[in-house]
Structure formats: C-alpha cells, structure tokens
Write a protein that binds this ligand. Structure first.
Ligand code: PLP
Length: 377
C-alpha cells in the first residue's frame, strides 16, 4: 500500500467511514455515516446561505492531493493562496490576512479595534452596525465589553451611512454589503462618500461575503479604495460562491499597517491545509463563479416569480438568499416549515414579519414553495 492510500484511509477512518476511498467526490460523501447522510438528504436546508452546488471539482482534487501533506504545517499553501489573492485584488501580499472563514476576520477586527487593547482613551472602541445585519461581529465585540450602537437600515434597506457616521467614535463601523439578512445593497456613491468623510481614527470594515452575487450597477467592491484609506478593511469568504462553507477559509484586504495591527490577535496557522489548497485552485476555475451566479439567478427568478404570484413581496435581492415579507410573525412559520423538513433562516428581531430563505437548487425551491403554501394556507 502506498502512502497516498494510507493517508486517505486514515482520513476516512477519522470521519467514521472506516474505508479507504480512491475517487475524489465519493471520498467525501462516503465519509459520512449512513444515519447522518439520510438526515442531510431528507432535510432541505435553506437556513445558512450556503452554496448548494459545492466546491469546484478542481478544489476537490486539490484537497485529495493535500491529504498527503496533512502532517505538515500549511506554510507553503498559505503563501500560495496569499500570492493568488494579492494578484487578483491588485495589492501586495502583505495586504492580505487569511482567516478561518471570514468569521475569523470579523472577530479579529472586533478584537483589534474595539477590544481591550484598542488604541483609544478608554481602551475600548465602539462598534457601529446596521440593524438588522449579520450579528457575529456584534457578539464578538460585546463579549469584549465594547459599546455597540445599532442604526436601523433606511426604508430602502441600505445602510443609513449619515446616521452611522454620526454614531461613529473611535472604534469600528461594520458595513455588510450586500447585507445579510436583507440581501440589499448600499449604493456605491453613498459608500464612497462615507469612506472619504470618516475620520482616519475610525476603522471601517466592509463585509463583502456576497460580493459575487450582486449585479446591480449601483454596487461595487471597495477593495480598489484601500490604497487611499488606511482605516478601510474588506472581508471576503470562500464559503459562498466558492461553495466551501464547511472548509472554513476567508480573508481580509487592507493597508499593510492595518493588517499588522490585526495579525498579533490571530492564532498561528489558523487555516487548514485542505482549505488553503481548495481555495487556491478555486480561484483559477473560471466556471465556479460564472456557474454559481447563473444557477443562483435562475433559481431566484423562479422562486421570486412564484412568491410574487402568491402576493408575498420580497426585498430585492442582490445575494444568494431572499427576505420575504410573510405579513405575520415569522417564528411559528419557521417552526412549521421545519416540521415539513424545510429549514429557513432564524428570526431577525428588527424584521419580525420577514422570512430569510437561502436560494438552493431549483428542486429545493420547489420543495420550499410546496411547504410554504401549506404553512401559509
Ligand atoms: C455577511 C456575512 N459575513 C460573514 C459570514 C461568515 O462566513 P464564513 O465565516 O463562513 O466565511 C457570513 C456567513 O453567513 C455572512 O453572512
């Protein structure tokens, strides 16, 4: 038996399969115990804004190849991904910091700019966020004892940047664009103006987790602005369009000095070798982004058309999920959908009559619609 088959078998055993797997894709599906597998397939999971089409075939192969190197620390793989990201984003490699998912980047920003060592007079920064938005960073900052200011979204569900600017002190402003859970965008001109006006001692984190799904002419990434603003950080993830949510890989782009402030708060080698290998080759797969966008758009057009016919409006979506106005409290509906094996998003207290639904495959959206019709009847 050669070393490749030994390392694959060890991996499969660790996951509970107990058998070596020679082919790439089955290696992952066979590694799930039968009971768990049937649970996964019988439930339609539209609750976490994942990409149902999964990683690029190139990524699966790269992970398979990386099994053999699992005994090594991931330094070279780390460097390769940083090089690739620097090139794609038109920045130097010292302007990229990888994270164990972009969730780690959010946590690092909270820690660095609102935590006990944040460089302001009180030793704690303020975090300013929209309401509703992705709550992870709120939890990260609160646990550090930071003050959190929540500013309601505007009537068009964009960030109310003038109000956020007024609330901002030393610390951090978090702008999620497109925003989770509303799938709405904050227009590029407003965001540019906000970044230009914000005092340099206030850090701005723009979370672009859903960047690839946005196609509005009013939307743009702010990565090209980083060269002019030392207080600007952008977070990106491989969990969405690259279909790698379970692998955990994300990154931030900022000026070198800003990255150097964040780095000491991070655990060494926080991204594993498989995720690094998969992420690096995903960037070179021209089909991954194009197919992911197209399939998402087709399934979204289908489900939003059906909801329109039923009279349920949605916030216009620039992401891989939709926010539906269900015209009544959503909590019992979430439960009722779950009883029909369809998982939808959690309650967002600022929008208690809205249901967040991830765009899955078309067949999954058909199952969703069937359950939705039943629970709304
Ligand atoms: C806006 C936003 N940012 C960050 C994340 C975290 O993503 P990950 O840690 O998987 O990269 C999510 C996850 O859903 C998200 O919606």
């Amino acid at each position: 038996m050669n070393t490749i088959s030994i390392s694959r078998r060890r991996f499969a055993q660790l996951l509970g399969a107990g058998a070596a797997c020679a082919v790439v894709k089955p290696a992952f599906s066979l590694a799930v115990e039968p009971a768990a597998r049937s649970t996964i397939t019988s439930v339609v999971r539209l609750s976490a804004n994942e990409n149902p089409y999964g990683p690029s075939p190139k990524a699966l192969k790269a992970m398979n190849d990386a099994f053999d190197l699992s005994c090594r620390y991931p330094d070279e793989h780390n460097d390769l991904l940083i090089d690739a990201l620097a090139k794609i984003n038109g920045v130097n490699r010292d302007q990229i910091l990888l994270g164990d998912g972009s969730g780690e980047i959010l946590n690092l920003c909270a820690e660095t700019f609102t935590g006990p060592t944040a460089s302001n007079k009180k030793g704690r920064g303020t975090l300013v966020v929209a309401d509703p938005t992705f709550e992870a960073i709120v939890n990260n900052a609160s646990v550090n004892g930071a003050e959190v200011v929540k500013v309601p979204l505007t009537r068009s569900f964009s960030h109310d940047l003038p109000k956020m600017a007024a609330a901002a002190k030393e610390g951090l402003v978090y702008v999620c664009n497109p925003n989770n859970p509303t799938a709405s965008i904050t227009p590029k001109n407003e965001l540019r103006e906000f970044i230009a006006k914000t005092p340099r001692q206030t850090m701005i984190l723009v979370d672009e987790a859903y960047y690839h799904y946005a196609d509005s002419p009013d939307y743009e990434s702010v990565i090209p602005l980083i060269k002019d603003y030392p207080n600007l950080i952008v977070a990106r993830t491989f969990s969405k369009i690259y279909g790698m949510a379970g692998l955990r890989c994300g990154y931030s782009v900022a000026q070198r000095e800003t990255i150097e402030r964040m780095r000491p708060h991070q655990m060494w080698d926080s991204v594993n070798i498989m995720a690094l290998a998969a992420a690096t080759v995903s960037l070179n797969d021209p089909d991954q982004v194009a197919n992911g966008k197209r399939l998402n758009s087709e399934a979204k057009t289908f489900v939003t058309g059906e909801l329109d016919k039923m009279g349920y409006k949605q916030i216009p979506s620039q992401a891989n999920f939709i926010m539906i106005n269900v015209k009544r409290p959503v909590v019992p509906l979430i439960q009722a959908m779950k009883q029909r094996n369809v998982q939808v998003g959690r309650l967002f207290p600022a929008l208690p009559n809205h249901m967040r639904v991830t765009i899955g495959k078309k067949t999954e959206m058909e199952t969703f619609l069937s359950a939705f019709r039943q629970v709304m009847a």
